[in-house]
Every structure is written in structure tokens, then in C-alpha cells.
Design a protein around this ligand. Structure first.
Ligand code: SF4
Length: 729
């Protein structure tokens, strides 16, 4: 028996240290949270505690496959997917892919090849290293990875210049914790013990969320808000804080700029107006503003849901400004946490080698395609998603999917699926299971889990860098991203030595461990060896600048913004034609829009608490945990009775983009005018489609992000012939 330190690489802020026990035969028999990791603290979430079910699932893809001649894509139901494919060797798979990509690049230009990946793994090597080198050297289109957090990241940087936030270990010192669109209990569970410790010390937990999440139900005060109106609330809070002179005049004058312009802007948000926009009572807004501004330390845990609306960039900016106005950053336990990822100063250029684009047949940087517009990019040759120059919009002829499942997670699903089914599109999918996207593959390749490859990882919810050791041999013929793209590079004749780098080489490059003189001070002295010797995890070296126990990322300037100050007013955004101050602008699909006359209900396309985006829904144990919400539409009793709907009825949820059959559940989770359902796999959903059938490809106000939470629908009771509950899985 031996124990190996790995790191959970799923898309979660906690990045847990995981101890994997391996028996003499090399099989993993147990896993647990690393008790020595100060944030993991010895436990894992319910999703990953069951990880052996995933690694050793009988449904794992274990060898490369090719679509059988004549079998249409996605034509066989769940459970029979394998009949669409025939087993081939890795050599045959790699040779076939290399030959097809080379031919497509010759005939249509290399930009007609589109890689599509996201955070199926967030280890540095798996997320973006050899794969990026390969596509850069090939001259393939670049992918603008906007689908999740780009808007929030840009918003935070526009105000503060970097993506840092309050240390989770500081939360026990807070006296006022505002979880804004943050379901801490559902998907940031390792922050919860710190929150509970703070509450034992007298702190109050307040949740702002249009949905009664687990966290909201456990809070001292849940404030439901109309979807997409967070900017109005934040501006209204600032209005009260300034009106009542509750702001920190010294901090504002020393470390911020644009206060006078902000003061003018917030004058437009008196409490009465904010109340009518947000649906929050005037007295509650007044009380929230006063309590927040007068309790020290006060911290905001903001999560990314806020930015997935048309007005999401402005909303994130406005919320992020609150601790700058009150000076909350000066206090240990105060401030705001959206992401801590900016603290990990990886050498991304060394890992991803964007310079290789100049050695590609293009001899220049390739075009950039926004992943949130995948449907358009695959189906509309005139779409601006394919380039700003109408005369040079090369269609996509090859799609290479890894670390992602766009058939399930990309917005405007019917457009995406039409694109994936397009005749002539050559599609490669590197996956662990027969996902919705795997059903569209021409070549399907088996991928490793984080137990089966080595990596190095930071986090976006804490400040520890970790080494993820390979715990077990790859199952079957599963291979890592690094191996796959290194082998493909050989087949393509790419001779640059970087394609022969090993995982150990890549880890050293990511850390700049091979160039200590230029290693970032926060990574100083951290190498694979020191990580291994430390048990797999080391805190970033803030100690050189500030003591661990008083890490205050924005207590004092200067800050890395153009002005060197925290920017209430952003000249940078103004230069891009974006409002330099946050404002509330109603979404075109919201209760404030004319479209509401046709589709009167706001639809929250939520993630499932027991899945990680589209990872895990196919595993029986995880489905059982999520069973109360699978195939369910949550409604308010008023909206249900208006439509003659009773709890348990089958309903059709619809808009111009499609219609889903779900089972109505009336439990008080949403307010009147709002309905909610959770992400699942299409093929495990009652209608064969998930909630993204109803979402759109509209982009939000900053960074080109999607608007998953700005969606209008209506609901009707399904005909009597469809009321058999067995119709719904
Ligand atoms: S999903 Fe998040 S909470 Fe769960 S084990 Fe992974 S990092 Fe930890």
C-alpha cells in the first residue's frame, strides 16, 4: 500500500489536495482530502468523494475509436453509443487525425481547424500546454475561452488591475459575510468551515441570490433579487453609503480614482428606484447598506453567476467597488473574493508558446473565435464569430474537442448540435466517457483522469500551489493531453524541441523553476522537488512582502491599473467604447424588456449541486444524489396556479429557441416570475435536450461572455397524454 498526493483538477475554486491510497496491484482503493492542506482540511466534496466510481466506471472510454462507415452522428441512444464506433489502434488514430488535419489545412487554410477546450481539467499541463503549442504551430484558429469567467476577470482587472481576493483563511475574522450569487455550500464547500467559524465568532451570513440555494437556506438573511439586477443593487448600496457618509474618505482619497464621477452616477440610483428594479424592499436595501458599511471586517464572496447576464460586466465591477468605497480591504477578514487565480504567476508563454504561430503556415497570429458563439461559428459562414473581415471568414472544417462537452454546455444548443452534425465537419473528441459531444466524433480518443497523469495546479479559491502526482497507470489505453498533442506534433512533422518536453519539463517551465533568477517572487524557490518534499502543497511566497496572517491584497497601493489606483472610473474601458462607470442596463430578455409580453418568466439555467458542470451526470451514485432535481422545473406557486399547474405535473418550458419537457416542482426556491432548472446531459434529459436548448448566443457587456441567466421562457401544462411520470427520467 502507498499513498500519493494528487490534486482535484475539476473546475472548482477549492483545488483540493487529494491523498490516493494504492494497493500492491497498482489499483487506487481509497481517496480522502489532504488533512495537512490548510483549505482542504481533510475532506472532499460529495462529488469527488465518490471518485473511484468515476475512475473505474465500466463506462470509461479505454481505447481509440473511429466512427463506423455510414453511421450518422448521434444516431444511437444512450447505452448503445459504442455501436457507432469501431476500435482502432493509437497509431491508426493519430495517423488518421494528422492526415485529415494536414489535408484540411492545405485545402482550406489552417484557421479552418478549431480547437475547443475549457476547464475539464484546471491543472496547468492539462488545461493549456502541449495542446496550445500544437495548435499554435499548426496555425489553427485560437479559441477565446469566454464561456465561464472571462467577463468577471476583466471586470475585476478593470477596477483593481489583478485577480486577487480575500484569503479564505481570513474569513473566520470577518464579522459580516455577504455571499453574492455564491452558493458556498454547493460549489465552494471548503470555504464553508471558515464561514461557520466566523459565525461562531458572531459574524452574520447574508446571501443575495435569485434562487434559494443551500447556502441561502442556511444563511442568517437571504435576500432574493430579480435576475440580472445586481448592478442596480450595488449602485444603490453605494448611493446610500455615500449619502450617509459611511464611506472611508481617507482610503478613497489615497487609493482610488474616479470618485466624483462615481458619485454622479450613483445619484441616479435612489433606493426607491433600486427597489423597483431589484424587487428588494426599500427598508431591506437601507439596512443592508448600513450593516455592510458599518460592520468591520466585512467581506463579500462574489461568484461568477452575476456576470452571466447581459449587464454582467457592469454588475461585477459595481460589486467589486464596494470594499474600495468602505475601505474594507484594510482589515484582515475584509474585502472581496471573486478569484485568487491572479496570484499564480505561471510562465504561460513558456508553457503555451504563442510565438509558434509565427512558425505556422500563416506566419502570423491566427484569428480568434469566441467559444460562446460555437453554434454560429459552425453553422453560419457569414458570422462575425469567424472574423471581423467579411471577406476572410474561413468556415470551420475540423473541430478538436478536449476538456469540454460543448453539446451540453454551450449556449443555444440547437444551433450547436446542428453545427456538430454538419456534413463534412471532421470532429475529434478526447474524452473519458460517451458524452453528448462524443456522440458527434469521427475519431474518439480515451482521456486520463487526474489520477492517471502528473500536473501542477494553482487555484481560484486559495493561495496554495500543488503538485499532482500520477497515482495509477492510465486505465486501458487512456492518454493525457500532453502525450496526445506531443504524438500528434510528431506525426505533423513539427521538429521544434518543445514538442518533446516531458510533463516534468513542463512543470519546471510553468514554475520557471529552471530560471530561478526570473521566477516570480511569489513562486520563489518553489519547484516540483520542493512541492514533493512538502507533501505536495506550498503556500505562495507572500511572506516576502507581507505576513501570511495579514495578507491584505488591496490594503495599500499602488495598484497595477493604468492610474495606479483602484478605478471607479475606467478610462481604459471608455477607450474601448464601454461605459467607464457601472450602470444598470436591462437585459433584452428580462422582466424589464418588451420581450416579456411573449415570454413572461425569467429562466435560471442553473448548474447542478452534485455535478461539476456536465461532469458526473452519467454516474449512478451522482444521479441518485441529484435525483430530487433531475428533470425538474422549479416554479413559484403563483405562476403555477396561473397556468393550472400542480406540483409533479409534466410541463413544457419554451421560447423561440426550443421546448423542454420537465416536471413541475413548487417548493419556494424561486420567486414569482422566475423559474429554474439544472444542467444535465442531453441524452439523460426527458426531452433529449438540456437547459441550453433555451439559452441564447447573445453576448454580455464585457469580454464577450454568454448570458446563461438572461433568458425568457413561458411554461404550460403538457397535454394529458404526456402526463405519465414515467416519460420523465
Ligand atoms: S470538486 Fe472542488 S470541493 Fe470537490 S474535491 Fe474537487 S476541488 Fe475539492
Amino acid at each position: 500500500m502507498r499513498t500519493v498526493h494528487a490534486v482535484c483538477s475539476h473546475d472548482c475554486p477549492d483545488s483540493c489536495g487529494v491523498l490516493v491510497t494504492i494497493d500492491d496491484s497498482g489499483r487506487a482503493t481509497k481517496l480522502r482530502g489532504d488533512p495537512s492542506h490548510p483549505v482542504t482540511r481533510g475532506f472532499l466534496c460529495g462529488k469527488v468523494a465518490k471518485y473511484l466510481d468515476r475512475v473505474y466506471s465500466p463506462d470509461r472510454l479505454l481505447y481509440p475509436m473511429r466512427r463506423r462507415a455510414g453511421v450518422p452522428k448521434a444516431s444511437l441512444p444512450h447505452g448503445r453509443e459504442a455501436e457507432s464506433f469501431e476500435r482502432i489502434s493509437w497509431d491508426e488514430a493519430l495517423d488518421t487525425i494528422a492526415a485529415r488535419l494536414a489535408a484540411i489545412a492545405r485545402e482550406h487554410g489552417p484557421e479552418s481547424i478549431l480547437p475547443y477546450s475549457y476547464a475539464g481539467t484546471i491543472g496547468q499541463l492539462g488545461y493549456g500546454s502541449m495542446d496550445r503549442r500544437f495548435f499554435h504551430r499548426l496555425g489553427a484558429s485560437q479559441l477565446d475561452r469566454t464561456i465561464c469567467s472571462e467577463t468577471g476577470g476583466q471586470a475585476l482587472i478593470s477596477v483593481y488591475g489583478r485577480k486577487l481576493g480575500t484569503d479564505p483563511e481570513a474569513f473566520p475574522h470577518a464579522k459580516f459575510i455577504l455571499a453574492w450569487a455564491a452558493n458556498i455550500h454547493g460549489n465552494n464547500i471548503h470555504l464553508w468551515p471558515f464561514v461557520e467559524e466566523a459565525r461562531r465568532n458572531g459574524a452574520k451570513l447574508i446571501v443575495i441570490d435569485p434562487y434559494a440555494t443551500r447556502t441561502a437556506r442556511a444563511a442568517d438573511w437571504h435576500i432574493p433579487i430579480n435576475p440580472g439586477t445586481d448592478s442596480a443593487l450595488a449602485l444603490g448600496l453605494m448611493h446610500i453609503i455615500v449619502r450617509d457618509r459611511l464611506f472611508d474618505q481617507d482610503y478613497v482619497s489615497r487609493w482610488t480614482c474616479g470618485f466624483d464621477q462615481l458619485r454622479e452616477r450613483i445619484a441616479e440610483y435612489p433606493t426607491s428606484r433600486v427597489s423597483s428594479l431589484t424587487g428588494i424592499a426599500v427598508a431591506d436595501i437601507e439596512r443592508l447598506a448600513r450593516d455592510y458599511a458599518t460592520t468591520t471586517p466585512a467581506v463579500i464572496r462574489l461568484n461568477y453567476g452575476v456576470q452571466r447576464c447581459d449587464n454582467g460586466g457592469a454588475a461585477t465591477r459595481a460589486i467589486a467597488m464596494l470594499p474600495a468605497l468602505t475601505g474594507a480591504w484594510k482589515h484582515y477578514g475584509g474585502g472581496l473574493q471573486l478569484s485568487t487565480s491572479g496570484a499564480f504567476k505561471w510562465d504561460s508563454d513558456a508553457l503555451q508558446r504563442p510565438d509558434l504561430m509565427l512558425s505556422s503556415p500563416l506566419g502570423r497570429e491566427a484569428r480568434v473565435v469566441n467559444m460562446s458563439l460555437l453554434g454560429e461559428a459552425l453553422t453560419d459562414p457569414d458570422s462575425p464569430a469567424l472574423g471581423s473581415d467579411p471577406a476572410n471568414r474561413t468556415p470551420v472544417h475540423a473541430l478538436f474537442v478536449y476538456n469540454s462537452n460543448p453539446a451540453a454546455v454551450a449556449p443555444d444548443q440547437s444551433s450547436v448540435l446542428r453545427g456538430l452534425a454538419r456534413p463534412g465537419l471532421f470532429t475529434v473528441v478526447h474524452e473519458q466517457f460517451f458524452t453528448d459531444t462524443a456522440d458527434y466524433a469521427d475519431i474518439l480518443l480515451p482521456a486520463t483522469t487526474f489520477f492517471e497523469h502528473k500536473d501542477v495546479q494553482g487555484a481560484y479559491g486559495h493561495y496554495y500551489v500543488q503538485l499532482s502526482e500520477q497515482a495509477i497507470d492510465p486505465l486501458g489505453e487512456a492518454r493525457s493531453n500532453v502525450w496526445l498533442f506531443s504524438e500528434l506534433a510528431k506525426r505533423m512533422g513539427f521538429t521544434e524541441p518543445c514538442f518533446r518536453d516531458t510533463p516534468d519539463d513542463l512543470i519546471a517551465q510553468a514554475l520557471r523553476a529552471d530560471d530561478p533568477e526570473h521566477q516570480h517572487p511569489w513562486l520563489a524557490g518553489i519547484t516540483a522537488e520542493t512541492l514533493h518534499a512538502a507533501g505536495g502543497s506550498q503556500r505562495l511566497r507572500f511572506e516576502e512582502e507581507q505576513d501570511h496572517q495579514t495578507f491584505l491584497p488591496f490594503a495599500e497601493g499602488p495598484f497595477p491599473t493604468p492610474s495606479g489606483r483602484i478605478e471607479f472610473y475606467s478610462a481604459n474601458l471608455a477607450a474601448q467604447g464601454i461605459d467607464p462607470l457601472p450602470a444598470f442596463v436591462p437585459a433584452s430578455e428580462s422582466r424589464h424588456a418588451a420581450a416579456r409580453n411573449r415570454y413572461p418568466l425569467e429562466f435560471l439555467a442553473r448548474k447542478a449541486d452534485n455535478y461539476m458542470n456536465s461532469t458526473f451526470p452519467n454516474l449512478p451514485g451522482h444521479r441518485t444524489m441529484e435525483s430530487a432535481h433531475s428533470g425538474v422545473l422549479e416554479m413559484h406557486a403563483d405562476d403555477a396556479s396561473l397556468r393550472g399547474i400542480a406540483d409533479g405535473d409534466t410541463v413544457d418550458v419554451f421560447n423561440d429557441r426550443g421546448s423542454l419537457a420537465l416536471r413541475a416542482h413548487i417548493d419556494g426556491g424561486v420567486r414569482p416570475g422566475v423559474v429554474a432548472a439544472r444542467l444535465d446531459w442531453n441524452k439523460l434529459s426527458p426531452s433529449g435536450h438540456n437547459i441550453n436548448l433555451l439559452t441564447s448566443q447573445r453576448l454580455n457587456d464585457l469580454g464577450g461572455g454568454p448570458v446563461f441567466y438572461s433568458v425568457l421562457v413561458d411554461v404550460r401544462k403538457a397535454p394529458a397524454s404526456h402526463q405519465n411520470p414515467s416519460d420523465l427520467r
